[in-house]
Write a protein that binds this ligand. Structure first.
Ligand SMILES: Nc1ncnc2c1ncn2[C@@H]1O[C@H](COP(=O)(O)OP(=O)(O)OP(=O)(O)O)[C@@H](O)[C@H]1O
Ligand SMILES: [Mg+2]
Length: 526
């Protein structure tokens, strides 16, 4: 047996032949044995140990019951006792999880380490205090706002894939700035969601993986049996037991990533909706194996962007789905209930009318296959026409704020002022947009006409023709779009001939870096 097989030194020792074990015990003093009792270096398996060397985030992705919580707790204990961390954040999906699992749980912070080194817990203050003065505070990912402000030099996030508001992570990161080397350990069973993908992609993250089976020796047989029976051999089992990040079903119209990307951030208000409908697709039969009855509340705003407001689908009896749909119709102030009636015919309307005679109702008949009908909707998602939001601004004073919003990861595009006369965006905002793959629309491309006033009566440089530039407008626009972060620019005009002139800037070659410098110098020499 070797350590690479994910066996702890303690397990290795236990597997020695009796005479070797006896020899080991003989040459080890009682004090040494006592020290071993609480030495995680002995008990932890290699994939439960924090990585050596420099890391900012240690991401432990492992199956249920692997010993994730224990590993996180031991990592924090080590940071407190051996690395002088003094202000620690403990973040769990809920406040109860923080208390019951991270602090008081069987593998929590109060249960590990030599008794004289263990912290005191003050539940009302959500605080743990170690004998050496280090303090940890518990937080719930349900309340991201509480993480705004406090600063920490270490943090432990348990089950981050189950956090309701992944924004809590961003808040935590803003405050993780005490000391020269702040560190965060994340212990979780993964899900194919944005925060997990981002953590994995981050070059400062060190990832360790493990499976439920690694810890089978320490798990109650009933637990192991129950969880293995539930998941073994299933697709979900690859996630829950082996911590694999499940890719999408081949050929699916909606990928998980697509849905995650369109999530509307919780702190934003939904725009005014011009129309809201409750849509029902009733299942033909009821019972465990029947399809779900789909019930969706969806709305659209004045620009025809769509918002899915609620998904109330489930295994419902007819009268149940009718009640749910009518309740949703009322609580969302919907304009209409729309139902697909391929299967139920008149019954669908009759059922609804039993619950409420007055709802506005339309039946739709699906005449084509589901995939054919779903494709255009999936295409709307892909084109970013469902629930995608962006930011627009036009003054440099707002850039720090714009940067902060861009970093939340919730934006598809940025509209910002950028031109030969207003170049501040190229310092930080444009490079950031490029790094985050956020599209950029440049507004005020002529700086409200300032560029034309400066160039008035002046000749274009002779080399402009090589770039296919025939007018000052084209010179200004090509310079903007030549920036690698800029997707497009939006010159405004009321005159068709100006429009034609501007469009021509989109033809032919775009200036490279060196040429853009030359263009800037020439313009500034005017
Ligand atoms: N290396 C180890 N040696 C001995 N016991 C261990 C070891 N690792 C974990 N355990 C024990 O195994 C049990 C499960 O560990 P833990 O609760 O940390 O797992 P988990 O991965 O967080 O589980 P869950 O998926 O339920 O959150 C606990 O009793 C814990 O103390
Ligand atoms: Mg756990």
């Amino acid at each position: 047996m070797s350590l690479s097989e994910n066996v702890s030194p303690a397990e290795l020792l236990a597997s020695l032949p009796p005479e070797q074990l006896a020899a080991f015990l003989k040459r080890t003093s009682d004090r040494e044995l006592e020290a071993i009792e609480h030495d995680w270096g002995w008990w932890g398996r290699p994939n439960q140990q924090a990585p050596k060397g420099d890391w900012r985030t240690w991401l432990l992705l492992a199956g249920r019951g692997f010993g994730k919580t224990r590993s996180g707790a031991e990592c924090i204990r080590d940071q407190v006792i051996h690395h002088r961390r003094r202000r620690i954040a403990l973040v769990a999906p809920t406040a109860a999880d923080a208390r019951d699992v991270m602090v008081e749980g069987e593998s929590g912070l109060l249960a590990i380490g030599p008794p004289q080194q263990r912290p005191q817990y003050e539940p009302t203050k959500r605080r743990l205090t170690w004998p050496n003065g280090a303090i940890a505070t518990t937080y719930s990912a349900d309340e991201p706002e509480r993480l705004r402000g406090p600063q920490h030099d270490a943090a432990w996030c348990d089950e981050i894939a189950s956090w309701r508001y992944p924004e809590a992570w961003d808040m935590l990161m803003f405050g993780l700035r005490l000391g020269p080397d702040p560190r965060v350990v994340v212990t979780t069973t993964p899900k194919p969601i944005k925060i997990i993908r981002e953590l994995i992609a981050d070059p400062t993250t060190v990832i360790t993986r493990g499976s439920t089976y690694d810890n089978r020796a320490n798990l109650a047989p009933a637990f192991l049996q129950q969880i293995v029976r539930k998941y073994e051999g299933t697709r979900l089992g690859r996630q829950e037991l082996n911590a694999e990040i499940l890719d999408d079903v081949p050929g699916a119209l909606w990928s998980r990533a697509l849905i995650e990307e369109t999530r509307w951030p919780v702190h934003r208000n939904i725009p005014d909706l011009v129309r809201i409908v409750v849509a029902i697709d009733p299942a033909v039969s009821t019972g465990e194996d029947a399809d779900e009855t789909g019930i969706i509340v969806a709305g659209k705003d004045k620009d025809s962007r769509g918002y899915v407001l609620a998904d109330l689908s489930g295994h419902h009896t007819p009268i149940e789905w009718a009640r749910i749909a009518v309740a949703a119709y009322k609580s969302h102030g919907a304009d209409r209930i729309v139902a697909e009636v391929n299967n139920g015919g008149e019954m669908v309307e009759a059922t609804l009318r039993v619950v409420d005679d007055n709802v506005a109702y339309t039946a739709v008949h699906a005449t084509r296959g589901k995939v054919v009908r779903a494709e255009p909707v999936a295409a709307l998602y892909e084109q970013g026409r469902i629930r995608h939001i962006g930011i627009t601004h036009y003054t440099a004073s707002a850039y720090p704020e714009v940067e902060r919003w861009l970093r939340t990861g919730n934006y598809e595009f940025l509209q910002i002022n950028y031109s030969l006369a207003e170049r501040e965006a190229e310092e930080r905002v444009l490079p950031l947009a490029r790094e985050l793959s956020i599209a950029v629309i440049a507004n005020r491309p002529f700086a409200e006409g300032a560029l034309f006033r400066r160039a008035k009566g002046k000749a274009l440089p002779p080399w402009a023709a090589d770039l296919g530039i025939a007018s000052w407008a084209q010179y200004f626009l090509k310079w903007i779009v030549g920036h690698p972060a800029v997707t497009c620019t939006i010159p405004g005009t009321a005159k068709p001939e100006h429009m034609r002139d501007n469009i021509a800037a989109g033809m032919g070659t775009l200036p490279d870096d060196a040429t853009r410098k030359k263009m800037l110098q020439y313009f500034e020499s005017l």
